[in-house]
Design a protein around this ligand. Sequence first.
Ligand code: PLP
Length: 294
Amino acid sequence: MSAPIVFLLDVLPADAVADEATLEASITSGGDGSGVLSVFDLGPARGDGIFETIGVVGRHAQSVDAHLARLTESAAILDLPAPNHAQWRTAVDRAVAALPDAEQSAVRLVLTRGSGERPTAWVSATPASGFPERADGIEVVLLDRGLSSDVQERSPWLLAGAKTLSYAVNMAALREAHRRGADDVLFVSSDGFVLEGPTSTVVARIRGTFVTPPASSGILPGTTQLALWEYLEAEGHPCEHRMLTPDDVMQADAVWLLSSVRLAAPVAAVDGRPVGIDRGLTAELNAALLARTE
Ligand code: PLP
């Protein structure tokens, strides 16, 4: 496997208008990422920070604007300094240019509260492996997230809707799915609504309409779902944001988990009960997501 690529950012204020030379000078190589972080950094020490994972197809980083918009939203929710989009975009471009030739890769943007006055920021890039589950499908289990679907309004300090570095719970949920013989998870709110996966957005096709839960339910708004909606709406398919129950999912024509690198993974079973896979439509959706020019 090739060595990861890392660039460190000397964070610029969001509103700084910097010329190309200044932007370039604010981004330095972090080698392969070893030995560049303080053990006192609040990112690794407390999970106090935010991140984005961007899919790269060939040398095209996908939906960068949507990822930067979400990074900005996450920064606002965590009271972190707003990111300078030009600087992060320059760092993404440099990381993509340094990647070895690969069909697909992933670029990760991280902003932590740092260990002193200043935040810590870096961009890393690694080639991504093949994704047989895009064709074969995934089995999911329903797991109670233990939070109600109005968590964002009632308890904003729980940071629902921000992509924080605190993913230990999400990773534990995936391990629980593996223990149960499944591949992935669909979180359910304590008041009985299907929310999202630990690293993905759920989309169901119900009597011809594509449905995904609203951001107000405390989920992370997905950039892949956003791109999919653009494609589907342009193709004339009805699309909606509304709450979904487990029964809606079980009775759907087809269900997918969407995320930036794996893209659309069709759901083949929920809690061991088979769900229909629409192979033709899944292939079409993944082709559209791979062909993005933005
Ligand atoms: N929901 C959660 C909790 C996630 O972690 C992710 C991505 O990692 C998503 C949804 C999907 O977001 P995107 O499509 O932008 O990758």
